[in-house]
Design a protein around this ligand. Structure first.
Ligand SMILES: Nc1ncnc2c1ncn2[C@@H]1O[C@H](COP(=O)(O)OP(=O)(O)O)[C@@H](O)[C@H]1O
Ligand SMILES: [Mg+2]
Length: 277
Protein backbone atom coordinates (compact mmCIF):
# COMPACT_ATOMS: atom_id res chain seq x y z
CA UNK A 1 0.00 0.00 0.00
CA UNK A 2 1.34 3.43 -0.83
CA UNK A 3 1.57 6.17 1.74
CA UNK A 4 -0.99 8.19 -0.22
CA UNK A 5 -3.58 5.46 0.30
CA UNK A 6 -3.30 5.50 4.01
CA UNK A 7 -6.75 5.80 5.43
CA UNK A 8 -6.25 5.56 9.13
CA UNK A 9 -5.90 8.47 11.43
CA UNK A 10 -3.29 8.01 14.08
CA UNK A 11 -3.97 8.43 17.75
CA UNK A 12 -0.92 9.88 19.43
CA UNK A 13 -0.46 9.24 23.15
CA UNK A 14 2.50 10.75 24.95
CA UNK A 15 3.52 9.01 28.17
CA UNK A 16 5.24 11.27 30.64
CA UNK A 17 5.42 12.08 34.35
CA UNK A 18 8.41 14.22 35.16
CA UNK A 19 10.30 11.91 37.46
CA UNK A 20 12.55 9.01 36.44
CA UNK A 21 11.69 5.51 37.59
CA UNK A 22 7.92 6.03 37.96
CA UNK A 23 7.24 3.56 35.15
CA UNK A 24 6.89 5.65 31.98
CA UNK A 25 8.71 3.14 29.79
CA UNK A 26 6.95 0.19 31.41
CA UNK A 27 3.55 1.79 30.83
CA UNK A 28 4.46 2.77 27.24
CA UNK A 29 5.64 -0.71 26.34
CA UNK A 30 2.85 -2.67 28.01
CA UNK A 31 0.11 -0.36 26.72
CA UNK A 32 1.60 -0.60 23.23
CA UNK A 33 1.79 -4.41 23.31
CA UNK A 34 -1.70 -4.70 24.83
CA UNK A 35 -3.04 -2.56 21.94
CA UNK A 36 -1.23 -4.82 19.46
CA UNK A 37 -2.98 -7.78 21.06
CA UNK A 38 -6.27 -6.01 20.32
CA UNK A 39 -5.25 -6.14 16.65
CA UNK A 40 -4.19 -2.51 16.46
CA UNK A 41 -1.17 -1.36 14.52
CA UNK A 42 1.04 0.37 17.02
CA UNK A 43 4.26 2.31 16.78
CA UNK A 44 6.30 3.10 19.88
CA UNK A 45 8.51 6.16 19.61
CA UNK A 46 11.31 5.93 22.16
CA UNK A 47 11.94 9.57 22.96
CA UNK A 48 14.19 9.09 25.96
CA UNK A 49 17.16 11.13 24.86
CA UNK A 50 20.51 9.62 25.66
CA UNK A 51 19.28 6.60 27.53
CA UNK A 52 18.61 3.55 25.47
CA UNK A 53 15.40 2.40 26.96
CA UNK A 54 12.80 0.31 25.19
CA UNK A 55 15.47 -1.41 23.08
CA UNK A 56 17.35 -2.44 26.21
CA UNK A 57 14.14 -3.60 27.89
CA UNK A 58 13.45 -5.85 24.91
CA UNK A 59 17.06 -6.79 24.17
CA UNK A 60 16.91 -5.30 20.68
CA UNK A 61 20.08 -4.50 18.83
CA UNK A 62 19.85 -0.87 17.77
CA UNK A 63 22.75 0.48 15.76
CA UNK A 64 21.07 3.44 14.09
CA UNK A 65 18.53 5.95 15.32
CA UNK A 66 16.68 9.07 14.24
CA UNK A 67 19.95 11.00 14.30
CA UNK A 68 21.21 8.89 11.37
CA UNK A 69 17.98 9.64 9.48
CA UNK A 70 18.31 13.36 10.11
CA UNK A 71 21.89 13.31 8.88
CA UNK A 72 20.74 11.57 5.72
CA UNK A 73 22.73 8.42 6.51
CA UNK A 74 19.75 6.10 6.20
CA UNK A 75 15.98 6.04 5.73
CA UNK A 76 13.46 6.12 8.54
CA UNK A 77 12.29 2.65 7.53
CA UNK A 78 15.83 1.33 8.12
CA UNK A 79 15.87 2.22 11.81
CA UNK A 80 12.44 0.89 12.79
CA UNK A 81 12.64 -2.32 14.79
CA UNK A 82 10.13 -5.09 15.35
CA UNK A 83 8.96 -5.62 18.92
CA UNK A 84 6.54 -8.19 20.36
CA UNK A 85 3.14 -8.77 18.70
CA UNK A 86 4.05 -6.77 15.60
CA UNK A 87 4.88 -3.62 17.56
CA UNK A 88 6.99 -1.18 15.53
CA UNK A 89 9.66 0.68 17.48
CA UNK A 90 11.34 3.95 16.45
CA UNK A 91 14.57 4.39 18.40
CA UNK A 92 15.06 8.15 18.57
CA UNK A 93 17.89 8.50 21.07
CA UNK A 94 20.47 11.08 20.02
CA UNK A 95 18.27 12.16 17.11
CA UNK A 96 16.04 14.09 19.48
CA UNK A 97 18.62 16.70 20.23
CA UNK A 98 19.11 17.25 16.55
CA UNK A 99 15.36 17.37 16.06
CA UNK A 100 15.17 20.42 18.30
CA UNK A 101 17.72 22.21 16.16
CA UNK A 102 16.58 21.40 12.63
CA UNK A 103 16.90 23.76 9.68
CA UNK A 104 13.84 24.41 7.50
CA UNK A 105 15.11 21.91 4.93
CA UNK A 106 15.65 19.28 7.58
CA UNK A 107 12.13 19.90 8.95
CA UNK A 108 10.73 19.22 5.51
CA UNK A 109 12.94 16.15 5.19
CA UNK A 110 11.73 14.67 8.46
CA UNK A 111 8.09 15.25 7.62
CA UNK A 112 8.71 13.66 4.23
CA UNK A 113 10.38 10.71 5.93
CA UNK A 114 7.30 10.09 8.07
CA UNK A 115 4.81 10.71 5.27
CA UNK A 116 6.56 8.24 2.99
CA UNK A 117 6.61 5.50 5.63
CA UNK A 118 4.68 2.64 4.24
CA UNK A 119 2.88 1.82 7.45
CA UNK A 120 -0.73 2.07 8.48
CA UNK A 121 -0.62 2.97 12.13
CA UNK A 122 -3.56 3.23 14.56
CA UNK A 123 -1.62 4.33 17.64
CA UNK A 124 1.64 6.13 18.15
CA UNK A 125 2.85 5.86 21.74
CA UNK A 126 5.64 8.25 22.71
CA UNK A 127 7.76 7.30 25.72
CA UNK A 128 9.43 10.42 27.10
CA UNK A 129 12.51 11.00 29.22
CA UNK A 130 12.45 12.18 32.81
CA UNK A 131 12.44 15.92 33.37
CA UNK A 132 10.69 18.75 31.59
CA UNK A 133 12.95 19.60 28.68
CA UNK A 134 11.47 21.49 25.72
CA UNK A 135 11.44 18.25 23.76
CA UNK A 136 9.40 16.39 26.37
CA UNK A 137 6.95 19.28 26.58
CA UNK A 138 6.67 19.47 22.77
CA UNK A 139 5.81 15.79 22.60
CA UNK A 140 3.02 16.42 25.11
CA UNK A 141 1.65 19.36 23.16
CA UNK A 142 1.68 17.52 19.83
CA UNK A 143 -0.19 14.47 21.23
CA UNK A 144 -3.93 14.04 21.52
CA UNK A 145 -3.61 12.44 24.91
CA UNK A 146 -1.06 12.97 27.63
CA UNK A 147 -0.69 10.08 30.07
CA UNK A 148 0.92 11.22 33.33
CA UNK A 149 2.44 8.30 35.19
CA UNK A 150 2.43 9.01 38.89
CA UNK A 151 3.57 6.94 41.87
CA UNK A 152 2.45 7.35 45.42
CA UNK A 153 5.56 9.23 46.52
CA UNK A 154 5.70 12.93 47.35
CA UNK A 155 8.44 13.56 44.76
CA UNK A 156 6.45 11.91 41.99
CA UNK A 157 3.29 13.84 42.80
CA UNK A 158 5.28 17.10 43.03
CA UNK A 159 7.01 16.45 39.70
CA UNK A 160 3.75 15.61 37.96
CA UNK A 161 2.25 18.81 39.32
CA UNK A 162 5.25 20.87 38.16
CA UNK A 163 5.04 19.35 34.69
CA UNK A 164 1.31 19.99 34.36
CA UNK A 165 1.87 23.56 35.50
CA UNK A 166 4.35 24.35 32.74
CA UNK A 167 2.35 22.42 30.15
CA UNK A 168 -0.69 24.47 31.01
CA UNK A 169 1.03 27.85 31.34
CA UNK A 170 3.48 27.67 28.46
CA UNK A 171 2.00 25.08 26.10
CA UNK A 172 -1.76 25.37 26.60
CA UNK A 173 -2.24 21.69 27.51
CA UNK A 174 -5.22 21.35 29.84
CA UNK A 175 -6.24 17.71 29.83
CA UNK A 176 -4.26 15.00 31.51
CA UNK A 177 -4.93 11.32 31.89
CA UNK A 178 -3.44 10.03 35.11
CA UNK A 179 -2.00 6.54 35.48
CA UNK A 180 -1.43 5.68 39.13
CA UNK A 181 1.42 3.21 38.92
CA UNK A 182 2.84 0.78 41.46
CA UNK A 183 -0.16 1.03 43.76
CA UNK A 184 -0.93 -1.54 46.44
CA UNK A 185 -4.70 -1.15 46.21
CA UNK A 186 -7.29 0.62 44.12
CA UNK A 187 -8.00 2.80 47.15
CA UNK A 188 -4.36 3.93 47.23
CA UNK A 189 -4.56 4.97 43.57
CA UNK A 190 -7.80 6.85 44.11
CA UNK A 191 -6.50 8.66 47.20
CA UNK A 192 -3.35 9.71 45.37
CA UNK A 193 -5.46 10.97 42.46
CA UNK A 194 -7.68 12.93 44.86
CA UNK A 195 -4.58 14.57 46.36
CA UNK A 196 -3.36 15.57 42.93
CA UNK A 197 -6.76 16.99 41.96
CA UNK A 198 -6.92 18.95 45.21
CA UNK A 199 -3.77 20.90 44.27
CA UNK A 200 -4.44 21.25 40.55
CA UNK A 201 -8.01 22.46 41.21
CA UNK A 202 -6.65 25.08 43.51
CA UNK A 203 -3.79 26.42 41.40
CA UNK A 204 -4.25 25.33 37.77
CA UNK A 205 -6.92 25.36 35.10
CA UNK A 206 -6.61 21.71 34.07
CA UNK A 207 -8.84 18.63 33.93
CA UNK A 208 -7.53 15.35 35.29
CA UNK A 209 -8.96 11.92 34.65
CA UNK A 210 -7.83 8.78 36.46
CA UNK A 211 -7.57 6.24 33.62
CA UNK A 212 -5.72 3.40 35.30
CA UNK A 213 -4.38 2.07 38.58
CA UNK A 214 -1.53 -0.32 37.85
CA UNK A 215 -0.68 -2.59 40.80
CA UNK A 216 2.85 -2.90 42.11
CA UNK A 217 3.68 -6.27 40.65
CA UNK A 218 6.98 -8.18 40.89
CA UNK A 219 6.23 -9.69 37.48
CA UNK A 220 7.09 -6.31 35.93
CA UNK A 221 10.78 -6.65 36.78
CA UNK A 222 10.70 -10.38 36.12
CA UNK A 223 9.45 -9.85 32.58
CA UNK A 224 12.08 -7.23 31.78
CA UNK A 225 14.81 -9.59 32.98
CA UNK A 226 13.51 -11.94 30.32
CA UNK A 227 13.51 -9.15 27.73
CA UNK A 228 9.75 -9.15 27.46
CA UNK A 229 6.75 -7.45 29.04
CA UNK A 230 4.07 -8.59 31.51
CA UNK A 231 1.21 -8.53 29.04
CA UNK A 232 3.03 -11.16 26.99
CA UNK A 233 4.88 -13.15 29.61
CA UNK A 234 2.52 -13.06 32.59
CA UNK A 235 -0.89 -12.32 31.07
CA UNK A 236 -2.75 -13.29 34.23
CA UNK A 237 -0.67 -11.10 36.53
CA UNK A 238 -2.37 -8.12 38.19
CA UNK A 239 -0.32 -5.58 36.20
CA UNK A 240 -1.09 -7.30 32.87
CA UNK A 241 -4.81 -7.29 33.65
CA UNK A 242 -4.62 -3.55 34.41
CA UNK A 243 -2.68 -2.84 31.19
CA UNK A 244 -5.24 -4.72 29.12
CA UNK A 245 -8.03 -2.69 30.71
CA UNK A 246 -6.11 0.51 29.95
CA UNK A 247 -5.66 -0.54 26.32
CA UNK A 248 -9.39 -1.30 25.95
CA UNK A 249 -10.13 2.07 27.42
CA UNK A 250 -7.72 3.79 25.03
CA UNK A 251 -9.73 2.36 22.12
CA UNK A 252 -12.64 4.55 23.21
CA UNK A 253 -10.66 7.81 23.30
CA UNK A 254 -11.72 9.97 20.35
CA UNK A 255 -9.52 10.20 17.29
CA UNK A 256 -8.30 13.49 15.89
CA UNK A 257 -11.15 14.90 13.81
CA UNK A 258 -9.14 16.92 11.38
CA UNK A 259 -8.07 15.41 8.10
CA UNK A 260 -4.47 15.93 9.14
CA UNK A 261 -4.55 13.14 11.64
CA UNK A 262 -1.78 11.08 10.10
CA UNK A 263 1.66 10.34 11.37
CA UNK A 264 3.44 13.05 9.41
CA UNK A 265 1.14 15.72 10.83
CA UNK A 266 2.16 14.76 14.32
CA UNK A 267 5.78 15.29 13.34
CA UNK A 268 4.88 18.55 11.62
CA UNK A 269 3.09 19.73 14.73
CA UNK A 270 5.96 18.70 16.90
CA UNK A 271 8.67 20.55 15.06
CA UNK A 272 6.62 23.50 13.81
CA UNK A 273 5.81 24.45 17.38
CA UNK A 274 9.36 23.76 18.43
CA UNK A 275 10.61 26.25 15.85
CA UNK A 276 8.40 29.04 17.24
CA UNK A 277 9.75 28.75 20.77
N1 LIG B 1 3.65 -1.51 38.36
C1 LIG B 1 4.91 -1.83 38.64
N2 LIG B 1 5.18 -2.77 39.58
C2 LIG B 1 6.46 -3.10 39.88
N3 LIG B 1 7.54 -2.56 39.30
C3 LIG B 1 7.33 -1.61 38.36
C4 LIG B 1 6.03 -1.20 37.98
N4 LIG B 1 6.15 -0.25 37.02
C5 LIG B 1 7.47 -0.08 36.81
N5 LIG B 1 8.19 -0.89 37.61
C6 LIG B 1 9.66 -1.02 37.68
O1 LIG B 1 10.20 0.26 38.01
C7 LIG B 1 11.43 0.46 37.33
C8 LIG B 1 11.39 1.77 36.55
O2 LIG B 1 10.44 1.65 35.50
P1 LIG B 1 10.61 2.42 34.12
O3 LIG B 1 9.42 2.03 33.31
O4 LIG B 1 11.96 2.20 33.52
O5 LIG B 1 10.47 3.92 34.62
P2 LIG B 1 10.74 5.30 33.83
O6 LIG B 1 10.65 5.02 32.36
O7 LIG B 1 9.67 6.23 34.32
O8 LIG B 1 12.11 5.76 34.24
C9 LIG B 1 11.66 -0.76 36.46
O9 LIG B 1 12.53 -1.63 37.11
C10 LIG B 1 10.27 -1.37 36.35
O10 LIG B 1 10.33 -2.76 36.15
MG1 LIG C 1 11.97 5.44 30.78
Amino acid sequence: MSAANRSRRVKVITVTGGKGGVGKSSVSLNLAVALCRLNKHVMLFDADLGLANIDVMLGLKVDRNLGHVLRGECDLADIIKDGPQGLRIVPASSGLKEMAELSVDQHAGLIRAFSSLNEDIDFLIVDTAAGISDMVLSFCRAAQDVLMVVCNEPTSVADAYAQMKVLQNDYGVQKFKIVANQVHSLAEGKTMFAKLVAVTDRFLDVTLELVSCIPADPNMKRSIKQRSCVVDLYPQSPAAIAFRALASRALTWPLPEIAGGHLEFFVENLIAHGAED
